[in-house]
Design a protein. Structure first.
Length: 136
């Protein structure tokens, strides 16, 4: 999930625990689906656990064979209510600030291969799932 606020995306610095995937790397907000959950139920639960809020403007972007991708434009109130629930840190980054971050592979793919689409998403331009290499 990509929370967006004032031209920046919120990412999550994963715990520095060698027993988890991609430790100590910046990543999307999100996580694993639990039995019986839909993709939307999963992202709502994960948002509550990781950032302390469930964005009201949650939007489905597309999916891969294994995951679904969501984004949200946060309100002022939501951005002020963010609370770190898991991991080491949450922080907003502009596209220029993302360069050089130690990122999990899927986030790095977004920032490098789909940078133009990410910038359009941040600017609230119309996009499709295909613009990010996703299925609808």
């Amino acid at each position: 999930m990509i929370p967006i606020y004032k031209g920046k995306c919120l990412f999550h610095l994963r715990d520095n625990n060698p027993n988890i995937s991609h430790p100590n790397k910046w990543s999307f907000i999100g996580g694993g689906i639990e039995e019986g959950e839909s993709f939307e139920e999963t992202i709502r639960r994960e948002c509550g656990e990781e950032i302390g809020i469930v964005p009201t403007d949650l939007r489905y972007l597309g999916c891969t064979n294994l995951t679904a991708c969501f984004y949200a434009y946060l309100s002022d109130k939501e951005s002020e209510s963010l609370v770190l629930g898991e991991g080491q840190e949450i922080r907003f980054f502009s596209p220029d600030e993302m360069h050089g971050l130690n990122m999990a592979p899927r986030l790095e793919e977004l920032v490098t291969m789909y940078r133009d689409s990410l910038e359009k998403l941040i600017a609230r331009e119309d996009l499709t799932a295909a613009d990010f290499g996703l299925k609808e």
